[in-house]
Design a protein around this ligand. Structure first.
Ligand code: HEC
Ligand code: HEC
Length: 347
């Protein structure tokens, strides 16, 4: 904490000096008074021991209690290939729950082998995200579902067609009639899938147990890695209980060479695709780091294959710092403690 805080006060004091230096002589009195006030504020902050961590890193919150029958129906829909135009692709095709909620591909493969625009993020803990998608373009889990259904490169269908296919199955008609006043509707399908997704929390990672006071839940390398994560300021972006998910940041990089022969890379404008604004070029949601050891490959284009590589890139491009070998090792050891459990088993 001390170095992070030291830096903050150094910045404030620097700003203060700058400000004082520019104060015109005839207004010196007023400026001196303001400067004195700011100085007092800084001193109070320093002496009060200051808030320990502005990054809010904390154990994963518990999943909400949901209607178990709707969640079961949602789980069936999540695995149902009839949600795609030609009956070959389910949500689970790209978000395999036995595989930490991803497909392991650089970019997902949808209907008829077409390539999705980006690397599939995990659906685990998506319930805790304030926005969905790598550019945050959907506000809720319910709203997110419309995109893969309609995307010609993913499920390539339409809601009327999905309703017709599911409506032909009496077991679905009965299940929806039992659980929803209007029976099988688009809103009910969205609600059932989102209800299931709200059960996909992964609590009890070794890191959570450590934060709750089990000192031996993570090893010394990981502890040193966590300290580095804060002192280097990774936590300025990867903050909160998810270690990410709440902010957007420009992804700065020297593009890695394509990993496989023949693999091509097209620049992804990130949020600028939505907003058209220059300041949003290559701006992406800072991803959650929960279960990150299980969700290789990395980044929106899936072109990074090891955590060591990712950590080195992050330090160099987001923080302007080249890591020593042992720093990289410690950060990776820390990231490996973020694997939680689902249905009683580690992901
Ligand atoms: C063809 C593969 C594919 C299919 C099928 C698919 N997804 Fe995705 N999913 C993706 C990709 C790729 C992204 C990231 C797209 C982006 O950010 O622009 C994504 C993003 C998401 C997210 C956002 C997570 C986050 O971290 O922001 C959720 C939630 C999600 N999908 C759930 C679903 C559900 C539910 C279905 C079924 C209705 C589904 N997906 C079908 C590939 C797929
Ligand atoms: C300025 C904000 C910022 C800082 C600081 C930062 N990151 Fe990131 N991080 C991001 C963004 C944005 C992405 C997503 C890039 C993308 O999807 O292409 C990311 C991605 C990652 C990923 C890959 C996650 C995945 O599933 O693809 C890891 C791991 C990671 N960061 C770790 C770190 C570590 C360790 C540090 C400190 C050395 C750090 N980050 C510092 C913004 C930041």
């Amino acid at each position: 904490m001390v170095p992070r805080f030291g830096r903050l006060s150094a910045r404030l004091v620097g700003a203060l000096a700058h400000y004082a230096g520019f104060a015109p002589a005839r207004q010196g009195g007023a400026h001196a008074a303001v400067a004195a006030l700011v100085l007092v504020f800084v001193l109070v902050l320093v002496l009060s021991g200051a808030p320990a961590a502005a990054d809010d890193i904390a154990p994963l919150p518990p999943a909400p209690v949901v209607d178990a029958d709707k969640a079961r129906l949602g789980e069936r829909l999540f695995h149902d290939h009839r949600l795609s135009g030609n009956g070959t692709v389910a949500c689970a095709s790209c978000h395999d729950l036995a595989r930490a909620g991803i497909d392991g591909l650089a970019r997902s493969v949808g209907i008829e082998g077409r390539l999705a625009r980006r690397n599939a993020p995990t659906v685990f803990n998506a319930l805790f995200l304030p926005t969905q998608f790598r550019d945050g373009r959907a506000a809720t889990l319910e709203a997110q579902i419309d995109a893969p259904i309609a995307d010609p490169n993913e499920m390539d269908t339409s809601w009327p067609d999905v309703l017709a296919r599911l409506g032909a199955d009496p077991t679905y008609r009965d299940a929806f009639a039992r659980l929803y006043p209007d029976g099988l509707t688009v809103a009910a399908i969205r609600d059932a899938i989102a209800t299931f997704e709200r059960t996909l929390a992964t609590p009890d990672a070794p890191f959570d147990r450590y934060l709750r006071g089990e000192a031996e839940a993570i090893g010394p390398e990981a502890k040193a890695g966590f300290a580095l994560f804060r002192t280097l300021d990774c936590a300025a972006c990867h903050d909160g209980p998810l270690l990410g998910g709440r902010r957007f940041a420009r992804f700065l990089q020297d593009r890695p060479q394509p990993v496989d022969p023949g693999e091509t890379w097209t620049p992804d404008r990130g949020r600028a695709r939505l907003t058209g604004r220059a300041e949003d070029e290559h701006v992406f949601k800072v991803p959650s780091l929960r279960n990150v050891a299980r969700t290789v490959p990395y980044f929106h284009d899936g072109l990074a294959r090891t955590l060591a590589e990712v950590v080195r890139r992050m330090a160099r491009h987001e923080l302007g710092r080249d890591l020593a070998e042992d720093e990289t090792r410690r950060l990776v050891a820390f990231l490996e403690t973020l694997t939680g459990t689902w249905r009683g088993r580690p992901l």
